[in-house]
Design a protein around this ligand. Structure first.
Ligand code: PRP
Ligand code: MN
Ligand code: MG
Length: 186
């Protein structure tokens, strides 16, 4: 596989591809928000890597907030039931909010989150997601910035987890059947 990690079957997006894409997305965001201030809302925990890299690549004034939401179940697919584990610390009323996500899979988390945030009266509300799976298209979520459209395989790395593991891998890839079976890193 060439990843150097025994649990990784195939690398789908390399760390250098991710870095280049983040730089490209940051340039677009900088241009679109010129003269304004952004409130980045990172969706814990998956978005931590994108937040860390994107925020440092941006030049417009920004502040960061985090929200922790999770779909029920810790397995390889999402259920659509979303719970707030940690809400925002402050009001987003009148703010230019950019929600930062690692991945849109079914789109259910984001669809729910956008409805929730829209009700709080932001001046604008946009989404940046580094990865998106084809199924996400079936849900009515308007995502302004998408990094990569990837196949529907279960993937880990760069924030994406399997049973909370593998988030720190610098690339995104698929797990070997043995690693999935084991449910923990080797
Ligand atoms: C993952 C991912 C997205 C969401 C996408 O989060 O980080 O937030 O699922 O799935 P969906 O489009 O089908 O709703 P998860 O709920 O696993 O929590 P985590 O970020 O803490 O891993
Ligand atoms: Mn998440
Ligand atoms: Mg997860």
């Amino acid at each position: 596989s060439g990843s150097g990690h025994p649990d990784i079957d195939e690398v789908l997006v390399s760390s250098s591809e991710i870095a280049a894409k983040i730089a490209e997305l940051a340039a677009r965001v900088d241009a679109d928000y010129a003269g304004r201030e952004i409130l980045l809302v990172g969706v814990l925990k998956g978005a931590v890597m994108v937040m860390a890299d994107l925020s440092r690549a941006l030049h417009v004034p920004l502040t960061m907030e985090f929200m922790a939401v999770s779909s029920y179940g810790s397995s390889t697919s999402s259920s659509g039931v979303v719970r707030i584990l940690k809400d925002l610390d402050r009001s987003i009323e009148g703010r230019d909010v950019l929600v930062v996500e690692d991945i849109i899979d079914s789109g259910l988390t984001l669809s729910w989150l956008l409805k929730n945030l829209r009700s709080r009266g932001p001046a604008s509300l946009e989404v940046l997601a580094l990865f998106r799976k084809p199924e996400a298209i079936t849900v009515d979520v308007d995502v302004r910035y998408v990094g990569f459209d990837i196949p529907s395989a279960f993937v880990v790395g760069y924030g994406l987890d399997y049973s909370e593991y593998y988030r720190t891998l610098p690339f995104v890839g698929t797990l070997t059947p043995a690693a999935i079976e084991r449910g923990a890193p080797s």
